[in-house]
Design a binder for this molecule. Structure first.
Ligand code: XMP
Length: 528
């Protein structure tokens, strides 16, 4: 990316060097929770780059390796001499110890995993306000046996002699446990101690500040050009629409492609809300028949997704040609997408990211290469929680902000087997009842997702004196932190009963409701 573009963006106050930990992103999130801006960077970042960024603190993440392994990840050892406060977590601490002349070995007792009470050995800025014997989350096979010169052991556990260490003068600290993990009782206290007391960061990463910085930057980037945004109705694209509208007004055109797989009332709500209430220009594209006819006879879930994705590109292309030309495409890319997709295409002349792939929730597997939009991605440094905060600040209603995740291909992947209009209407009605009852019971915001799935088999039932032969509906309700793992929600029997009764009574094509009690893994959240 060009230096010009980088300069306009805020530099992180805390830089997290990633040594391959599954928690690196989580560390960044926790630090952001303290209103301090942090970014994850490669462990190989050069010393000059660090000096250019000039962070107030550095965190060395954990990692799966052993510091003495061949090819174990390292960092430029000069970082320990920059005078910037450093917190090493697990592998990060061991690396710091090794680089500064201490010794790390494989723990005799095969390490320590899970919860462990720590005993505090001496006062330190890092462990200030941390209660003795509090539980911390451990996950390590190696241990420190000899500290480098000038370091002090400040806490231990039953199996780990050096659970926390410090070099107060040089502001170098290390913890063997994971303060970022929710199970670590005083984890946030330690993170706050590091960012506020040790690194002297100001809590200046707020939504208001973000807006103050983002709006002029968007105006700067876009100039007088036209921007196209594919609106899906989810929180990311909706927040983005509001943000862009605030920044560039009518230079923004939103396109809402109705594939016919949305939930009951959603397209109408979306149009009423954006267009009528906020006067944000939304082009409504009714492509329902087009998508449905493409899915005729298709039963394979992957093929279904592919066809929907391909058709979306075609409609998108046709419509953007009709409405355009547009120079910019706005995308609701978030920070986790950026961390996870290291390989991005950068225009060498301008340093801007070029669209080669639209996020999957817009149903697009990849735009053709000749569609050379430049990208506007003002949310790409934000986590989902921060986007929700921003959306709220910009005036989006709870209905959008707290909306359960909804897959891009929509109800088409919640109808197993062939999709038909009859099945879609049936599922839409059942899905509406599920959400209605979950909301009425006050459970909507505690549940990650609650939805209905239609199975393409018929089962026998009896209603009145009549035998029925209709489809079953699966009720899927899960709790989750991020969709990666999930547990089935323990919905009270009375609510399950109400949902089942209402679906069977009100949706004529359905005569049976079953409840999915599978966690993820081994199950997935969607049925496809
Ligand atoms: P699975 O079924 O893999 O789903 O356990 C994990 C989460 O991802 C959502 N999901 C999607 N989200 N576009 C999206 O934006 C998609 O194509 C898509 N497919 C699944 C799913 O609803 C769950 O929250």
């Amino acid at each position: 990316m060009s230096q010009n573009l980088l300069k306009k963006e805020r530099d992180p106050s805390i830089l997290i060097l990633d040594f391959g930990s599954q928690y690196s992103e989580l560390i960044a999130r926790r630090i952001r929770e303290t209103n301090v801006f942090s970014l994850v960077v490669s462990n190989l970042i050069g010393i000059q780059d660090i000096q250019d960024i000039n962070p107030q603190g550095i965190v060395l993440s954990g990692g799966p390796n052993s510091v003495y392994e061949e090819n174990a990840p390292t960092c430029d050892e000069q970082i320990f001499r920059l005078g910037i406060p450093i917190l090493g977590i697990c592998y990060g601490m061991q690396l710091m110890v090794k680089e500064l002349g201490g010794t790390v070995t494989r723990a005799k007792n095969k390490g320590e995993y899970g919860r462990a009470p720590i005993t505090i050995d001496s006062q330190s800025d890092l462990l200030s306000e941390v209660k003795d014997q509090s539980i911390m989350w451990m996950s390590h096979g190696d241990s420190i046996v000899k500290l480098p010169h000038g370091f002090l052991k400040i806490a231990h556990t039953e199996n780990t002699l050096h659970a926390a260490i410090s070099h107060q003068e040089k502001k170098l600290f290390g913890v063997q446990f994971h303060p970022e993990v929710i199970h670590s009782e005083f984890g946030m206290t330690i993170i706050k101690n590091f960012v506020y007391s040790i690194a002297n960061c100001n809590p200046d990463w707020t939504t208001e500040k973000f807006l103050e910085e983002a709006i002029p930057r968007i105006r700067d980037q876009v100039g007088s050009k036209k921007v196209l945004l594919a609106l899906s109705g989810g929180v990311d694209s909706s927040t983005l629409a509001f943000l862009l509208y605030k920044a560039i007004g009518n230079k923004l055109t939103c396109m809402f492609i109705d594939q016919g797989f949305m939930r009951k009332g959603e397209p109408e709500f979306l149009m009423k809300f954006f267009d009528k209430k906020f006067h944000i220009k939304v082009e409504y594209i009714n492509a329902r028949e087009r998508f449905l006819s493409k899915l005729k006879g298709v039963t394979d879930p992957e093929l279904k997704r592919k066809i929907i994705g391909g058709e979306f590109i075609k409609v998108f292309e046709e419509e953007s040609n009709r409405l355009g030309p547009f120079q910019y495409l706005a995308q609701g890319t978030l920070y986790p997408d950026v961390i996870e997709s290291a390989g991005t295409n950068i225009d060498p002349n301008t340093g801007e990211r070029i669209a080669v792939k639209i996020k999957s929730h817009h149903n697009v597997g990849g735009l053709p290469k000749d569609l050379q939009f430049k990208l506007v991605e003002p949310l790409r440094k934000l986590f989902k929680d921060e986007v929700r905060e921003l959306g709220k600040n910009l005036g989006l209603p709870d209905e959008i902000i707290k909306r359960h995740p909804f897959p891009g291909p929509g109800l088409a992947i919640r109808i197993l087997g062939e999709v038909s209009l009859e099945k879609l209407n049936c599922l839409r009605d059942a899905d509406w009842i599920v959400r209605d009852e979950i909301k009425k019971a006050g459970l909507y915001n505690d549940i990650w997702q609650a939805f209905a799935v239609l199975l393409p088999v018929k089962t026998v039932g009896v209603m009145g004196d009549k035998r029925t032969y209709s489809w079953p509906i699966v009720l899927r309700c899960v709790s989750s932190e991020d969709g990666m793992t999930a547990d089935w929600s323990r919905i009270p029997y009375e609510i399950l009963e109400r949902i089942s009764n209402r679906i069977v009574n009100e949706v004529t094509e359905v005569n049976r409701v079953v409840f999915d009690i599978t966690s993820k893994p081994p199950g997935t959240i969607e049925w496809e």
